[in-house]
Design a protein around this ligand. Structure first.
Ligand code: 6GU
Length: 248
């Protein structure tokens, strides 16, 4: 199950290094993920290779022109009509783990990176299948958002993470934050690793980790608890955690 990404951008160099390190780099080497950057400027026909222009009706900034984007998308689709076009824009629906899972079942994405004041509306009307934002803050363009999406989707593909590590074990899959982790040394400047982790008592360790995950989630992301799958034991632990935090 190979996944292919075609990135339409005015700044292809932004993608050269970040996607080629570590886990993603290995996924590309193994042929599990294929990433191609396409410079929208290469699809201009005019001598000055204009990719943007002033907005009709006046106003701030520049708007990305429809023709070069149309030709770039049509070029990719002429080879694979099933390619799904995602436009990265702050106006899109907010990216999350569920969207990541849905998108990762597609075999070919075209990621269109907006710059300036965005793309001509006719790009959206005629070429875009889905619009995604990565959060409520403003970036200078969709490039970093495209990288976030490629990273989040790639690690869901079979064979990308080590065989001992399934993406389904991840915290967001079951809607709780992760428990704290420790490695050597045992004592760092007087701060010691919790004794239970050295006990060899696996059920005590599991219990401690579950309690810490619940504690962290209720402190930092109480909104997540509403959709988490909680056992009766979890609910009892949470009550204890809430009582303790009220008394502090
Ligand atoms: Cl996809 N683009 C831009 N320019 N800013 C963003 C974003 C995308 N997602 C969050 N902020």
């Amino acid at each position: 199950m190979r996944m292919k990404f075609d990135i339409l951008t005015l700044f292809p160099n932004m993608f050269s290094s970040p996607l080629r390190e570590s886990i993603l780099g290995r996924a590309i080497e193994k042929g599990l993920v294929q990433i191609q950057t396409i410079n929208i400027r290469d699809f201009t026909l005019d001598k000055h290779q204009g990719v943007d222009d002033t907005p009709y009706g006046g106003g701030q900034g520049m708007v990305m022109k429809v023709e070069p984007i149309a030709r770039a998308i049509e070029w990719v689709k002429s080879k694979d009509p099933s390619a799904w076009v995602v436009y990265l824009t702050p106006q899109g629906k907010q990216f999350n783990q569920n969207i990541a899972m849905t998108l990762s079942s597609r075999s070919h994405l075209i990621l269109l990176c907006g710059r300036y004041e965005g793309v001509d509306e006719r790009v959206r009307e005629q070429f875009v299948d889905e619009e995604i934002s990565i959060g409520d803050y403003v970036l200078t363009g969709g490039e970093l958002a495209a990288m976030v999406i490629i990273d989040a989707l790639s690690r869901l593909l079979p064979g990308v993470l080590g065989s001992d590590r399934s993406a389904e074990e991840d915290s967001f899959f079951n809607s709780l934050l992760e428990y704290p982790q420790y490695t050597r040394p045992f004592n760092f400047r007087g701060s010691c690793v919790p004794e239970v982790l050295l006990s060899g008592n696996h059920s005590a360790i599991s219990f401690w980790r579950r309690r810490k995950a619940l504690e962290r989630t209720s402190m930092e992301r109480p909104d997540l608890l509403a959709k988490a799958k909680l056992s009766e034991e979890d609910k009892r632990l949470l009550e204890e955690i809430l009582l303790r935090s009220r008394n502090n």
